[in-house]
Every structure is written in C-alpha cells, then in structure tokens.
Design a protein around this ligand. Structure first.
Ligand SMILES: [Zn+2]
Ligand SMILES: [Zn+2]
Length: 172
C-alpha cells in the first residue's frame, strides 16, 4: 500500500491519522518465506515536524506462521511492530547508512516498511515447544504425536552407508 505524503508535507504541524492495512501476505527472509497468519488494520500517524520532515508513528500486531525448527509444524509467532521514525525528504544525497527504500518519491511504501521491521525481528529458530521431539530420521513420523518405535539410535543415512561398506569388507 502506497501512502501519499504530499498532503502532510504541505503544511507545518499538520497531523494525519490514517487507518491502513498491508497487502502482502508473506514475509521473505531471503531463504524462507513465512505466511502472515494474522494482520489487522492499524493506525498510521504522520506529523509534519518541519520543512519536508515527517514524524511517522505506527503500532501494528502481526503474526507469522513459522515452521518449528525440529518438526516443521507451523508455530504462530506474534510480532509487535512499533515504529517511530523521523523522515527527512529534503536530503538530496541519500545517506547510505540510513536506508529509506520505503520512501518512493513523496509516498510511503507501507508494505516495504513493515516487511523490513518484521524481518529485523524474525528469530533464527522457532520451536513449537522447548522439548519438541522432532521428526524421526528413519520413518519421518512426527514423534510428538506418534511413538513410531524406530530405533532412536538410528544412524544418519550417510553414516550407515559407511558402515555398509565396512561390513562388506569384513565379509570378504
Ligand atoms: Zn516441533
Ligand atoms: Zn520412526
């Protein structure tokens, strides 16, 4: 969703409060894509704080479905986005340390802004529960739900190949 900033830029001390919503339904981390499970409309507050300067305030609750690191069951993970940023649109030379790629001309790319904020908060690993038993390496069963009965000391397939080779030599 693109938000036009030109009106709030036009008048000193002008305040605009808009009810907005993001359109995107996935968050891409570069190696994974997480489904947005819940998002609700939220209020974006824009305040003109000087010549071509805007204070932007956003509070939003968004939850993502992130697969458990061990068993791959989706874990609904909540994020609270709290943004309070000053944007200076008078800068002609963009500051490389201050990436403002969510500003396009005189518009705010809300989806991009929220995406970047959530991305900074996405944990490396999510577990459905601290003692998740994960997936059986032998049969693929989710061991939180079934006790598949496989030998829990089952070897890594690469390791058992090495043992096969070893056994073949023994037989000769
Ligand atoms: Zn799990
Ligand atoms: Zn099994």
């Amino acid at each position: 969703m693109l938000i036009d900033l030109s009106r709030v830029l036009s008048e000193n001390a002008r305040i605009e409060e808009l009810t907005v919503e993001i359109e995107t339904d996935h968050i891409d981390t570069g190696h994974s894509s997480y489904r947005i499970n819940h998002k609700s409309p939220f209020v974006l507050k824009l305040t003109n704080i000087g010549i071509r300067k805007i204070l932007m305030e956003v509070q939003a609750d968004i939850s993502l479905a992130i697969p458990c690191d061990r068993c791959l069951e989706e874990v609904i993970t909540k994020f609270q986005v709290n943004i309070s940023k000053e944007i200076d649109l008078s800068e002609t030379e963009p500051d490389p340390l201050d990436e403002k790629d969510f500003i396009v001309g005189e518009s705010l790319d809300l989806d991009r802004l929220i995406h970047e904020e959530i991305l900074a908060d996405v944990p490396m690993k999510v577990l459905c529960k601290p003692d998740c038993l994960g997936i059986c390496k032998k049969c693929g069963a989710n061991r939180n739900f079934t006790d598949c009965g496989c030998d829990s000391a089952a070897l890594d397939p690469r390791m058992s190949k090495i043992l096969d080779v070893f056994n073949e030599y023994k037989e000769v």
